[in-house]
Ligand binder design. Structure first.
Ligand code: CAA
Length: 263
């Protein structure tokens, strides 16, 4: 691949958008390579993903402005769909995805981070939806996911003013869960991913599904979704091993990572 790299460390996969000359901006090729990379993840051996950007300056500086500059109405809509399809695939990917935001997360960069399950960032991170300054709307989910994450009032302010915010403000409004010095960001992401990977993988997947699908429907339907996914867990070896360890009151065993099945 030209612009996306993938590394596997134990149960954790690290996807890096690697187009530093354009601050990791998302052109069509990057989007296609991201899709191919996620589709190639071995879900039998991978329990959590980290998504980050190459270099020390930028996570993703947005969709590629050069590529967008000459689009017609129909082509613009198709480009929006292309990004939306890839980001939706990330959002509903069976295993958790942690965005490790190591610098600029503007436009499509902020948007791709919002399609991930968890966002953590470095102190130099900058977030924003600058699109209206370019004469367009946020087109890779920004008008939808930002309001869901930080509330409609704050999302409208960020989108209408096109004003960028720094890491501390992103933390204050709940756009990111934690801020780290740059050199500590990837180690922190790996530590969090390893912690997730040490838990029962089917249970973790079912939690993701329950939260995502439950947020799309009213509470009466949502709790039924939860009940079914909760029930499914009782067919797994993980549930038997996990609860058995607790009931045996064997501290040694309790701390051990049981050999969780993955399917
Ligand atoms: N698209 C294409 N190229 C980009 C880019 C983008 N979004 N962002 C940066 N680059 C390129 C620059 O053109 C430059 O390339 P050259 O060296 O060939 O000139 C290179 O990356 C380095 O950028 P700068 O010289 O501008 O670096 P800087 O440190 O001075 O500024 C920045 C950094 C503030 C992030 C600035 O690059 C910038 O404002 N970039 C655009 C950010 C933006 O508006 N993003 C939203 C895009 S629209 C969108 O994403 C729509 C959507 O929702 C789908």
């Amino acid at each position: 691949m030209e612009f996306v790299t993938y590394e596997q460390e134990g149960f954790v996969g690290i996807v890096t958008i690697n187009r530093p000359k354009a601050l990791n901006a998302l052109n069509s090729t990057v989007l296609e390579e991201l899709e191919a990379t996620f589709k190639a993840v071995d879900l039998d051996t991978t329990r959590c993903l980290i998504l980050t950007g190459a270099g020390e300056k930028s996570f993703v500086a947005g969709a590629d402005i050069g590529e967008m500059s000459t689009l017609t109405k129909a082509e613009g809509e198709a480009f929006g769909k292309k990004g939306n399809d890839v980001f939706r695939m990330i959002e509903i990917f069976p295993i958790p995805v942690i965005a490790a935001i190591n610098g600029f997360a503007l436009g499509g960069g902020c948007e791709i981070s919002m399609s991930c399950d968890i966002r953590i960032c470095s102190e130099n991170a900058v977030f924003g939806q600058p699109e209206v300054g370019l004469g367009i709307t946020p087109g890779f989910g920004g008008t939808q996911r930002l309001a869901r994450l930080v509330g409609a009032g704050m999302a409208k302010q960020m989108i209408y003013t096109a004003r960028n915010i720094k890491a501390d403000e992103a933390y204050r409004i709940g756009l990111v869960n934690a801020v780290y010095p740059l050199e500590e960001l990837i180690p922190a992401a790996k530590k969090m991913a390893a912690g997730i990977a040490a838990n029962a993988p089917i249970a973790v997947r079912n939690c993701k599904k329950a939260i995502n699908e439950g947020l799309q429907v009213d509470m009466d339907e949502a709790i039924v979704i939860e009940e079914k996914l909760f029930g499914d867990c009782f067919e797994t070896e993980d549930q038997k091993a996990g609860m058995g360890n607790f009931l045996e009151k064997d501290k040694e065993k309790k701390l051990k990572v049981v050999p969780f099945q993955n399917k």
